[in-house]
Write a protein that binds this ligand. Sequence first.
Ligand SMILES: [Zn+2]
Length: 178
Amino acid sequence: MFFDYFRRNLDCRGVQPNDAHKKLAEMERRGKLDGVITQNIDGLHQKAGSRNVWEIHGSALRSYCVSCHAEYGKDYVFENAEEIPHCPKCGKMVRPDVTLYGELLPQRAYEEAVALIRYADLLVIGGTSLEVGSAAQLAHMYHGKYLVIINKGRTKMEGKADLVFHDSISKVLNTIQI
Ligand SMILES: [Zn+2]
């Protein structure tokens, strides 16, 4: 059931980055942005050209063997003829490298995200209500100078923010001149 759902709904291989992804990549190229922390698993920040990206919920574009930890590329799970894909090396299951509900976050990505947030002097939080989950947890670790929130709906930390935009991220980032 999981693999069926995953293949039908989470095949982001052909999806292209939007204006927000592109703007963030450009800001990084020009030295205006240290990094991106994302809960998305679609790999679009990297596709847009961002380099310092920490995917705290993993990526649908990677997969690995649950037993021998061999890594498989972005097509392995999606193109596999087997209902449940198996590892050619050891015969055990190959699964997407995404964090499922109840699982621990990927340690390296989480640690790097914490470090980025702790040393940042400006944090932009976009596209999350910060109601629950790992993004909310990380946001509370920020003690830098300026906080900017961009989200269509209300978010929990608005009271602490220096700037709040209730709008789409692409629209807001497009107005920034760098
Ligand atoms: Zn294996």
